[in-house]
Ligand binder design. Structure first.
Ligand SMILES: [Zn+2]
Length: 228
């Protein structure tokens, strides 16, 4: 404070004016940068917005990386393109989701990646592979998603081929080992997914649909056995 201020007729140091004066742009920047650093002084709404932004940024970064560097994802994307259903990055969208899911495929909206549900890039890679297999099935086989047997078949293939049950590791090693544990994992996951179908009325119905198409759909490893 300059010495002249005390002798001035105005009262620039009046305490009631301080908050106004302190809300200068420089002060605001300083307060925000400290808040960002400590997390203190942020409203819940602001904290929530920051978490959303951080999750979205991470999800988009993983997405870009997977779409250009993951052998599994680039393989599936190239097969979709060859089948006439090209998926560009805008058809794969990051959004926050409830805890019950990590991704989704919709013929109308493309692929949903649940930005708040990935504990690693590998996890997102498995989830994206799973949804791309649904997209591939939809493109190649005209799946009727309201038909539980159709849905069950695509879920069996997606769980089997995506790495949900760690099949891709075997592919990378150049051999396919189907063991009982792997089959049990694929079946369990397929039943859970079919159970979420609005046309499915009970766990028994889901299990029945999966069992009915199991033999042919588990064996069907397209596009992995196709040569182009
Ligand atoms: Zn699925």
């Amino acid at each position: 404070m300059s010495a002249s201020s005390s002798s001035s007729s105005t009262t620039p140091t009046d305490p009631s004016e301080q908050p106004e004066r302190l809300r200068s742009p420089a002060f605001e920047r300083w307060r925000l940068s400290l808040s960002n650093f400590t997390g203190l002084g942020l409203s819940d709404e602001e904290k929530e917005r920051r978490v959303l932004e951080r999750d979205w940024d991470k999800c988009e970064k993983y997405k870009r990386d997977l779409m250009s560097n993951s052998p599994m994802i680039t393989f599936l994307l190239s097969h979709l393109k060859h089948s006439g259903c090209e998926f560009d990055s805008s058809a794969i969208q990051c959004h926050p989701c409830p805890e019950t899911r990590s991704g989704g495929f919709s013929p109308d909206h493309g692929i949903l990646m649940c930005q708040n549900r990935f504990f690693s890039k590998k996890h997102m890679e498995d989830t994206l592979s799973h949804e791309l297999i649904h997209a591939f099935d939809h493109c190649r086989f005209r799946v009727d998603w309201g038909n539980l047997r159709h849905h069950a078949c695509s879920e069996i293939r997606a769980a089997n081929l995506s790495g949900d049950c760690r099949w891709t590791r075997e592919v990378k090693r150049g051999f396919y080992s189907f063991n009982k544990q792997h089959q049990a994992c694929v079946k369990r996951r397929a039943i859970l997914s079919v159970l979420a179908n609005p046309s499915c009325k009970s766990p028994e119905m889901a299990e029945k649909a999966v069992n009915e198409v199991w033999e042919s759909c588990f064996k069907d490893t397209r596009p992995f056995d196709e040569i182009y």
